[in-house]
Write a protein that binds this ligand. Structure first.
Ligand SMILES: [Zn+2]
Length: 132
């Protein structure tokens, strides 16, 4: 059993995936520019190792942790999107990786790179699937 897409649907999902990809890469670039990149640039001597506003030092490290977290989840999303693009037009696209059922239409529309159907996703979250 697999999801049969016609050419129009394939084009549609490809467009959606490219949009999502752009969004995610933009966010990743933003995070790198504002947090991760600036800390790496310190060693070049161009940018001071000190935070721009010493008064913000406390929040700065929190912000940086948050930035790394965003970078992490966006990195995973990017992998999922690339995988979905790879699968698009083939049998595996839009199929739940857990139960093998087709991912519901609205869910696929909202997240074309979804790897699990809503049921399996909910179960995973309930089972404490935070590790993934
Ligand atoms: Zn499922």
């Amino acid at each position: 059993m697999y999801l049969k897409l016609n050419d129009k649907e394939i084009r549609h999902f490809k467009k959606r995936l490219m949009e999502e990809r752009k969004k995610v890469t933009d966010e990743l670039e933003w995070v790198e520019d504002n947090y991760i990149g600036s800390s790496q640039r310190d060693s070049s001597g161009e940018v001071s190792g000190q935070a721009t506003h010493p008064a913000d030092m406390g929040t700065d490290s929190i912000e940086r942790d948050k930035a790394y977290l965003i970078g992490d989840t966006r990195g995973e999303a990017l992998e999922d999107i690339d995988e979905a693009l790879e699968k698009l037009g083939k049998d595996a696209f839009g199929m739940c990786e857990s139960c093998g059922q087709a991912v519901a239409g609205e869910r696929l529309e909202a997240a074309p790179y979804a790897k699990l159907c809503l049921k399996c996703k909910t179960e995973e979250e309930r089972a404490g699937g935070a590790s993934r």
